[in-house]
Every structure is written in C-alpha cells, then in structure tokens.
Design a protein around this ligand. Sequence first.
Ligand SMILES: [Zn+2]
Length: 470
Amino acid sequence: MQLEFFGAAGEVTGSCHIVRAAGRTLLLDCGMIQGGADATARNRREFPFEPRAIDAVVLSHAHVDHCGRLPLLVKRGYRGPIYTNAACADLVPILLRDSAHLALREAERANRDLARGEEPATPLFDLADVDATVRQLAKIPYDAERELFPGITVRVRDAGHILGSSSVELCLTEGSLRRKLVFSGDLGQYDTPILHDPHRFETADLVLMESTYGDRRHREREDTERELAAILAEAARDGGNVIVPAFAIGRSQEFLYLLAKHFAEWHMARWKIFLDSPMAIAASRVYWQHPDRFDDEASRLRASFRGMPPLPNLVLSESPDDSRAINNIRGGAIIIAGSGMANGGRVLHHLKHNLERPECHVVIVGFQAPGTLGRRLVDRNPEVFIHGRRVRVAAKIHTLGGLSAHGDQADLLRWYDSFRPRPPVFLVHGEVRAAEALAVKLRELGTQATVTQPGIRIDLNTLAREPLNP
Ligand SMILES: [Zn+2]
C-alpha cells in the first residue's frame, strides 16, 4: 500500500494524489495547475503514470484546481469511473466546458504570432474530451460506504467548501493489514452561509489535509456582514451602482444569499440586482436544485422565499444583449459579474461604465492575484486600463474579507481536532509558508505533521515516508 503526491504538494493548485492498494491504482483528484508563467507547460506534461492503468478516480469537488485535468486524463486513455457526489457531478460540466473554451482561446492566442516553421499550439483538451469525461462521472451519495474493488471502499463526507464538496475516506485492506485514509479535500469555514459545516471525523490512520489558509485568520463573519450592510447603505445614499466582481461558483451564490438573508433589514427591495455571468447563473441553478445540501438556516430562508432563487428583484442576465442593457442604468443596481479578479469577462464593461463616477462603489469579495485589474483596484491605483482605454478611478473601492470558501487556521485545526487518537498528517494544497505555519500548530497538539513535496511516497504499511527513486 502506497500513497504518492503528484500535484498540490508545496503549492495550492494541481491537486492529484495517487493511492496504490489491493492491486489497484486510484487517483484522488486530477486538478489543473493555475498561475505562474509555466502553468500551461506543466499542465501539458506527461502524467507520472499510465492513464490507462488507473482503476478509478475519486473527485473531491468541482473547482478546476481539483478536476481541471480530468479531460486530459480521459484524452490520454483513462476510461474508468470518476466517483463523486451528485451535486459535484452537476457542477463539473459547467467548470470543464469553461476550461475547454479558455484552452481554445489560449491556443488561438499562441498561434497568432507563430514563427515560420513553428508547430501550432493545440488546446490542452476540447469540448469532446469534456463530454467524454462527464460520461465517466459516477455519482455516489454522501455518507454511504461503497466498495470500489475488493479491499477498497470509499465514503464521501461533506467538506462545507462549495456545493458538492467532499472529504474522502478510503478504507484499504490487504490481507490482515487495514488502513483508513482521510483526504480533507478543500475545507470550508464553519457557519458558512448555505452549506453544512465540514463533517466531523473520528478516526483515521493517516490524514491528508489542505492548508491554503494555514497561516491566516479570517475576519469574524458577523463583522463581514455588518461591513457589507454599511457599504450598501452608503452606496444607496450616493445613488450610483455597486459592482461586484465575483467568482462563478461559491462566492456569487454566497453573496446573493447574504442579500436575501438581510432582505428587509438592509432594504434590499430598493435595488435591482443583476447576476451577469452565464457560468454563475448555471452554477446558481445547480445550487437551487440541491436544497438537500442546504444547512438549516438556508432551508428556512428557502421556505420563506417560497423556493429559489431567493431574491424577487434578481435579474439573470444570460445573453450579451442582457448584459449590455445594464450599461444604461445610472444608479440603483447591484451588478455581480465575472471574472472574479476582473482580468476578463463582462465585469470589465461594468467597471468601464462606472469606475469614473464617484457615486459608484466596487466591492471586492475574493483574493486578487498580482497583475490583475482587481488587484490594481485593491491597491488603490488612481487610474487603470480597460480594453486599452485609460480609466480614472473615482468610484469607492471596498475590500470585503471573510467571504472565503476556505477555512482559516482555526477552522483547519478545529476539523483536525475531532480525530482521536491523533493520526499523522500530511499537508497538501498550500503554499509552503502556510503549510509550515499549520504544521507548527499541529505539532503543538502532539501530532506528527509533514509538509509534502512532489515525489514523496508514503508506505502505508509502516506510515513512513520514503524518497522517490531511493
Ligand atoms: Zn476548492
């Protein structure tokens, strides 16, 4: 029995772990590497295994850094099942189709300035590969044990991160040797809107745990909601529009949920609310179709609005014409549009029309990577360039913390703290600094915590790590 780290070891993206047991080979996730100049080249590299030789994939959730290379795996010959729960299986096609479009555009861009004799770039995968991948999705319910092969059972548990997110429990048996492995997947914050809290585990022989915010503390949720209330009140007084660059899955639904939850108290009826992103609309519909995954508060809210969507004044802007029509609105609109870091997408048009107007407000609700327009706004640049045009920033820019889909250090420690006795932990899915900070805290609990590196292999018989190619 063996566990090997391939991706998301020492970094946040590209999650992929290889489990070998009972004569089978399983993958936990097969994510895309995102960010960094060499990401495209790294995603294209050969897998360190033969895709045809993989027996099954278990997918933790629909974010691209966890599922994004599945179509590549399928394109290169994988024909087996991809196990995940139903809500995740409904979100995966939305994400992967978007990735296929992005890959196509990227290849087109690369081919624009092709030197003579140079091989044209091809997309990493296309829509046909995505369709094939979607056909291989095999839905498994939460909390029920499922035998994948003799000696290998799996059970997925709610991770409270985005809709359909799971922590994965694998029970492996070889002769008299039994090992229970728990892979956290990405863990949500406790008391996050809409979703249940992460599942409380009790036992494991080995834990594979994310550490994205292993070195950080989020702001208290009530403070975030109070701050948003104050921003919206100020924006209403100023009489302009509010622009929210939002990620299609998770953050958009959470933001809408907060508006619905405080509908009366925040006088939301005076606004017209636009969800201007076909992808966010599709993802929201999947959320609305899975009330079985809602926590108690969300279920009550859903009942009070007599179903979903929860806002009577919500406009779903599907077509480019719907989106363009918003440009004529001078005030009283809350416009939620992608991309989340304002480095592309429909939100650029809304920023172009509203940034120069001091009565308008921009609410940044997520992490903004260096080099993106969102980051320039957060950094208070007095002017920015949009579609090649210089735009003066007169609107008020707000950064709203606390809406993260990821648990912070306290959440991660709380999740781990339910295990008795304390199993050894391997930290994945975090920058080294974040993982190291979490490892220090875990060691204070008396836990054996290791920050993983690509190529580390763990012998599950002895639970000791061994270097690759010894
Ligand atoms: Zn995630």
